[in-house]
Design a protein around this ligand. Structure first.
Ligand code: URA
Length: 248
């Protein structure tokens, strides 16, 4: 038995909140009878109609995209720019899990599974996100250490992060920093770098949970296999998860 609004949301026709509105406004029938009570539990195979149209439960699908630059992380864009969803040919109503900026590249998960999306994006589940950041100048210890301890962005201190100075290139006057965070604040990495006086030249997410860019080139995608999906559920549901050292 599942809650009616959850089944409607999983079918892909509406968000959870919109599904609740559909139910409250009497537009949903179960077994041919209008149901207006939120939270009504429904058997998997009971026929559900919205505005007289029978729902078909969409199979969950999971794609791992190597997001290129110059693409927006949204399902549809008002300004008609190319979106991450445009890069994956599917009839399913998929959407990105979290967000990468227009000019950020790297690992991005897309799915129609709202349950997994909520688990992976909820801050309490502390899913690791690893970024490789190219910055202008030669980064110094007094810039790296505050990033590790937490810096104040938008008035709130960031959680401690793993930060490593991977490489410096004096001839080009650039440095490469690797940073692991589990929060997902807006433009977090750029703002953290800015807080210690470093300008970001290039930002790539090289890992999300245990998912990396291995085998993918920019703009390419692949489907997750069932084992990976199971592992993501396990990881997100084990609330004690902080850093999965095995995969570093
Ligand atoms: N942090 C940023 O600043 N931008 C991203 O795209 C992701 C993390």
């Amino acid at each position: 038995m599942e809650r009616l609004q959850k089944i409607i949301a999983q079918s892909g026709i509406a968000s959870r909140r919109h599904a609740e509105e559909l139910i409250k406004s009497g537009r949903v029938k179960v077994n041919g009878t209008v149901v207006t009570e939120l939270g009504t539990k429904v058997e998997k195979n009971q026929p559900i109609e919205v505005d007289g149209v029978r729902l078909s439960k969409e199979e969950p699908v999971y794609f791992l995209l190597y997001k290129p630059r110059g693409v927006v992380t949204t399902a549809s864009d008002d300004k008609k720019r190319k979106t991450v969803v445009d890069l994956i040919p599917t009839d399913m109503r998929i959407y990105p899990v979290g967000r990468l900026d227009y000019d950020t590249t790297g690992v991005l998960l897309l799915t129609n599974d709202g349950t997994l999306t909520n688990l992976l994006t909820h801050p309490k589940n502390k899913i690791d996100k690893v970024y490789r950041v190219k910055v202008k100048g030669i980064a110094k210890a007094e810039q790296i250490i505050p990033l590790q301890e937490g810096v104040v962005i938008d008035g709130v201190k960031t959680a401690p992060a793993k930060v490593k100075l991977r490489k410096t290139d004096p001839s080009k006057n650039t440095s490469m920093i690797e940073i692991t965070i589990h929060e997902g604040r807006n433009h977090q990495v750029k703002k953290m770098m800015q807080a210690v006086g470093l300008d970001v030249l290039k930002l790539t997410r090289i890992r999300f949970a245990f998912l990396t860019l291995d085998g993918l080139t920019s703009g390419n995608y692949r489907k997750l296999n069932p084992k990976e999906v199971k592992r993501l559920y396990e990881l997100a549901q084990s609330k004690k998860h902080k850093t999965n050292k095995k995969h570093l």
